[in-house]
Design a protein around this ligand. Sequence first.
Ligand code: SAM
Length: 220
Amino acid sequence: MPEATFAAAAIHLNPSDHVLDLCCGAGRHLATLEKYGACLTGLDYSPQLLKYARARLSMTTGLVRADMRRLPFLSCFDVVFSFFTSFGYFLKETDNTRAAEEMARTLKPGGRFFMDYLNPLYVARTLKPESRRMSHGYTIDEQRWIDEAAKRVNKKVTVTQDGRYMGATTESVRLYALEELTLLLGSVGLRVDELWGDYEGAVYGEGAPRMILKGVRTGS
Ligand SMILES: C[S@@+](CC[C@H](N)C(=O)[O-])C[C@H]1O[C@@H](n2cnc3c(N)ncnc32)[C@H](O)[C@@H]1O
């Protein structure tokens, strides 16, 4: 994954680092990070994704199932990665703040964090309200909309087969403006010190697809 390579360079990952991939999913970034020789742990809430991760990763990479609002670690990581918008899911803002607090709490003082988040300016400019695709004989309809009042982007996915309804899911992510996210992280002791707009190192702005932040845990 070039994203993990970029992140490792940005954070100056070295073999003595203890590293957490927070919300690691199926472990695609951890698979790349393994080559750096650091001590790796992945955490996710989905047992299914952790099973996929276990199948692809070295046995020296630890995997833990937990909720990001209650992390079973205390000040033990040198680095925390949060890849691919693995934040801002909770409808209650106190839960999102709690997840940020937990991220800070798991880092050693002076520990580094790397967070790859969506760019709300780019989402607003490029949102496709509707799309349809076919997969394995199923028709997948996606509807997307921004709820300005709640500052969230929502997606409803409806699956049908030969016109028959098979199921639907909804996803919702908080749209944090850069200043808002920087303030939130700062309020829990995570100071942002560098910012990019994509994984080629582009300057952050309206036309940049991502909001990629790097920084350190302040305090003792
Ligand atoms: C957008 S995916 C990104 C996964 C991974 N970082 C990647 O890029 O492949 C978000 C991940 O967050 C996990 N997740 C959602 N809610 C969670 C929670 N409350 N605690 C821990 N993990 C959670 C999901 O299971 C999913 O793997």
